[in-house]
Design a protein around this ligand. Structure first.
Ligand code: BGP
Length: 468
């Protein structure tokens, strides 16, 4: 059965600056929230990652060769403003001009995020998104980029607002590693959304050319087993993981029904959210002005009600079965029989992508056009030697089933216009290091040589069906 991709379909690979560039200390780059944290942890280094800072011509060439027409990259804020603010660093600015020019020359359209989990260290030390000074600095940085990188036509403000807030303050696997600090977790979501909204409003007020939006990872939450109590648990987790930000982004308000769930969750954890006067007007103004929506999708959770104390363990090694998550007054994660999981305990469930596409299109029409901006399988690919094809049938099956879900949603009227596989090439994974590979291209991290996987060839074949 050969699928047919639609006319003009965007068929891309995704990256993030800190996960691919390496070169963390060159050309005047400032530190991010990660540098000292990773050094202290001593598990793995973000250098050289995939050495994209130097090898981007090779990777963009490969992208072109294997039929990709787009690539997602992010600008490292700390290359442009090493300290988060002040005077721009000309070497950093020049690097991104070279990268974008190379993409465009190869017919690989750049989709560019301004923030992908890499707050400059000084701003992080001062409270990151919990400090409103970070929002002001972000707006200035964004304004600079819009004025400077006029060759870019497709912008995203922030990647995965929830993952950052959740990993930093609930799950504790991103710096500053708080566990179940629910007040910070909800406040960071609100403040990031406010930052996004201010940037969108500025982009439109100043009449910059091109399109702007943001990226949410959507993680459907299903009750298992299906009982009323478990459904309520699922609704609570969904409110925290998806609905609060979707409401804010595309309705310009946190609806009463959403806030009833959020308040219940906050009360159960003695937590609170502060919304300052004027915030909701800014958020409201932005809600109709997004040009498109980037949806990342990896997995759902299956949830049972839970009343005990919060506790979690994060599987950052790929030892299957080592993760656990129990959120006081909300729910605990369970396995659903029949649903496969990866070595990192991520549920493999393409129906979740379909469900979320339908939900966004139905409940949040201001999302307009949707792109799947990340989807992929973390896998321990086995190196076969120089020039030898890597067998990743599991990844092909994963992508195939997710593209199928996307096309089904499209047939049913959802305006989804593209798919970016996570990731373009193997890269550095924030809390997992280098054995969790996602790439369309294999990277030998000893030599930085690129190799082809079976999925690379399969992806090219499917790309050939675009509009044909
Ligand atoms: C998303 C991020 C990416 C990427 C991906 C895979 O949340 O936007 O940066 O890392 O997930 O996650 P992980 O590397 O933890 O497997």
């Amino acid at each position: 059965r050969v699928k047919q991709l639609p006319d003009g379909f965007v068929w891309g690979g995704a990256t993030a600056a800190y996960q691919v560039e390496g070169a963390t200390k060159v050309d005047g780059k400032g530190k991010t929230m990660w540098d000292d944290y990773l050094a202290a942890q001593g598990r793995f280094s973000p250098d050289p990652a995939s050495d994209f800072y130097h090898r981007y011509p090779e990777d963009i060439e490969l992208a072109k060769l294997y039929g990709l027409n787009a690539v997602r990259v992010s600008i490292a804020w700390s290359r442009i403003f090493p300290d988060g603010a002040g005077e721009p660093n000309t070497a950093g600015v020049a690097y991104y001009h070279r990268l974008f020019a190379d993409c465009i020359a190869n017919g690989v359209t750049p989709y560019v995020s301004l923030h992908h989990f890499d707050t400059p260290k000084r701003l992080f030390d001062d409270g990151d998104w919990l400090n409103r000074a970070t929002i002001d600095a972000f707006v200035r940085y964004a304004d600079f980029c819009f004025g400077e990188f006029t060759e870019v036509q497709n912008w995203f403000t922030i990647n995965e607002l929830i993952s950052l807030a959740f990993s930093q303050y609930i799950q504790g696997n991103f710096p500053p590693s708080h566990h179940f600090d629910v007040t910070s977790g909800i406040q960071a979501q609100h403040n990031e959304l406010l930052a996004h909204a201010r940037v969108v409003n500025l982009f439109k007020e100043k009449g910059y050319a091109g399109r702007i939006g943001l990226i949410h990872v959507l993680q459907p939450v299903y009750a298992y087993p299906e009982t009323p109590a478990n459904q309520h648990a699922a609704d609570l987790e969904d409110a925290f993981m998806n609905r609060f930000l979707l409401d804010g982004t595309f309705k310009g308000e946190y609806t009463d029904a959403t806030m009833a769930l959020i308040d219940e969750l906050l009360d159960a954890n003695d937590a609170h959210l502060t919304i300052e006067p004027g915030d909701m007007e800014i958020i409201k103004a932005a809600s109709t002005q997004n040009d498109y929506f980037g949806m990342n999708y990896y997995q759902p959770s299956f949830v049972t009600a839970y009343a005990g104390e919060s506790t979690n363990s994060f599987n950052g090694t790929g030892e299957k079965g080592t993760s656990a998550f129990k959120f006081k007054g909300v729910g605990q994660h369970v396995k659903k029989p029949g649903v496969d999981q990866t070595d990192w305990d991520w549920n493999i469930y393409p129906e979740g992508m379909y469900d979320m596409l339908k939900r966004v299109a139905t409940e949040y029409p201001n999302s307009k056009t949707i792109y799947i901006t990340e989807n992929g399988l973390g896998y321990k690919d086995e190196y076969q030697g120089v020039g030898q094809l890597i067998n990743d049938d599991k990844r092909i099956d994963f992508i195939d089933r997710h593209v199928e879900a996307l096309l089904q949603a499209r047939v049913e009227g959802v305006d989804v216009q593209g798919y970016f596989v996570w990731s373009l090439q193997d890269q550095f994974s924030w809390a997992n290091g280098y054995n969790k590979r996602y790439g369309l291209f294999y990277v030998n991290f000893d030599t930085q040589a690129r190799e082809i996987k079976k999925s690379t060839l399969w992806f090219r074949e499917l790309g050939r069906t675009i509009g044909g």
